[in-house]
Design a protein around this ligand. Structure first.
Ligand SMILES: Cc1cc2nc3c(=O)[nH]c(=O)nc-3n(C[C@H](O)[C@H](O)[C@H](O)COP(=O)(O)OP(=O)(O)OC[C@H]3O[C@@H](n4cnc5c(N)ncnc54)[C@H](O)[C@@H]3O)c2cc1C
Length: 388
């Protein structure tokens, strides 16, 4: 079907850039506007899981992920804080397809940007305004530029300025935890296994380690409780000694790993309550702008990739003149799936921080949770749309 829509995406993060790839693959014209003078993300990892890997393969980026990521294998494990094992980690879908990759965020952004023709991404464009009429949408930027488009996709993250044009303004919800994140060169710990995802669970804290960049980097994330809500930011340096003190007395392996931390960043963890709609006329929310979630299922970026593919498929199957029907289908189709993941991410955080009456119950829930993870991984957004 011929589709002559012009789509403007505000935000060049994982959600915005993947959506641009998916729209172009479906023959839809797109431009991306990013506030930063240069695309990029700083030093830490993101996990790509089978539900989004399928979509990355569909836009021709599967091999790039395999090449620059680290495949996470079946020896992945949950431990109690002292290193005693709880259960394995689900790393395949129900068909046994192992496609969980640890990716450096900067590599993920580069490979998504490399998938786009020159001229699609406009850096140095900070969106400050939005208006719409029956014929077009207009986006204004801080640099004085104004552009018009048939549809505008707000992929501008948890602090989305465009979200206020769809739902009333609301503050993100602070989770009561912050994370210390960083990477350690594998050469400093050559015996560390680079094909496993490992998580240690203790009271009000947990610690995650997985490999990045074809096994060259060890990614760590230390989750600790903190009463003061810190703004989520990469630029807030953390103190490696404070991080070591938080996990003193835990499993010896983990304590040894922490001796190699020279640099870490702190980031307060926020999410949002599920929204009941994502669309206002020509404007649609996507990724964290639509559904900021806690990282306890590793799904924020993966869900933004599902959003992008859903949007591209729905727009490509609808005549351009029916764009508002297409956006309506997009929001209805995505709302329930994403709200389910958002809610379960909160619940999983409580398990990981051992906030429960009985540790044996927690361990049983962690083991049983593999079934829910499998259902996330099995989901194929394109198959579901084709079945509608
Ligand atoms: C500790 C932690 C671990 C995580 N681990 C995982 C994981 O393993 N797997 C996973 O799937 N997810 C994970 N996530 C979640 C994931 O990082 C986010 O859900 C994902 O990055 C959201 O992508 P996005 O493109 O929607 O938003 P963002 O990545 O926030 O991108 C938004 C972009 O918009 C730009 N922007 C913002 N405002 C404007 C403006 N006014 N004008 C123009 N541009 C603008 C920003 O500069 C940015 O480039 C984790 C999150 C945290 C905090």
């Amino acid at each position: 079907m011929k589709n002559d829509l012009n789509v403007a995406i505000v935000g060049g993060g994982i959600g915005g850039l993947f959506t641009a790839n998916a729209l172009l693959k479906h023959g839809i014209n797109v431009s991306v506007y990013e506030q930063a003078p240069e695309l990029g993300e700083v030093g830490a990892g993101v996990m790509i899981t089978p539900n989004s890997m399928r979509q990355l393969q569909r836009v021709g980026l599967g091999e790039a992920v395999e090449k620059s990521g680290s495949l996470i294998g079946s020896k992945s494990q949950y431990y109690r804080f002292d290193g005693s094992p709880i259960s394995g980690v689900q790393v395949t879908d129900s068909a046994g397809w192992n496609a969980v990759y640890g990716m450096h965020r900067a590599d993920m952004i580069s490979l998504l940007a490399d998938g786009l023709p020159e001229g699609v991404i406009h850096e140095g464009h900070r969106c400050i305004g939005f208006e719409q009429s029956p014929d077009k949408a207009i986006v204004s930027f801080e640099n004085g530029v104004k552009i018009d488009a048939d549809i505008v996709i707000a992929a501008d993250g948890i602090h989305s300025v465009l979200q206020h044009h769809v739902v009333p303004p609301a503050d993100p919800v602070y989770s009561g935890s912050l994370v210390y994140r960083g990477v350690i060169p594998h050469e400093l710990m050559p015996d560390w296994p680079m094909d496993t995802w490992q998580m240690w669970l203790g009271e009000k804290k947990h610690f995650l380690v997985f490999p990045l960049r074809s096994g060259k980097l060890i990614n760590f994330v230390g989750f600790v409780s903190a009463n003061v809500a810190e703004r989520e930011s990469w630029s807030e340096p953390g103190d490696p000694n404070m991080l070591r003190a938080e996990f003193a007395g835990w499993d010896d392996k983990l304590v040894e790993l922490l001796t190699h931390v020279e640099k870490t960043f702190r980031w307060g963890l926020f999410d949002r309550d599920p929204l009941d709609h994502w669309v206002n006329g020509r404007l649609a929310l996507l990724g964290d702008a639509a559904h900021a979630m806690l990282p306890h299922l590793g799904q924020g970026a993966n869900q933004s990739i599902e959003d992008g593919m859903a949007l591209a498929v729905i727009l490509s199957k609808t005549p351009s003149s029916d764009f508002s029907l297409a956006l309506d289908i997009y929001q209805k189709f995505r709302l329930q799936r994403v709200a389910d993941v958002q809610t379960n991410a909160r619940k999983n955080g409580l398990r990981y921080d051992s906030i429960c009456a009985d540790l044996a119950v927690r361990d049983a829930e962690i083991t049983a949770h593999a079934t829910f993870r499998k259902s996330i991984y099995d989901y194929d957004v394109v198959e579901k749309l084709n079945a509608m």
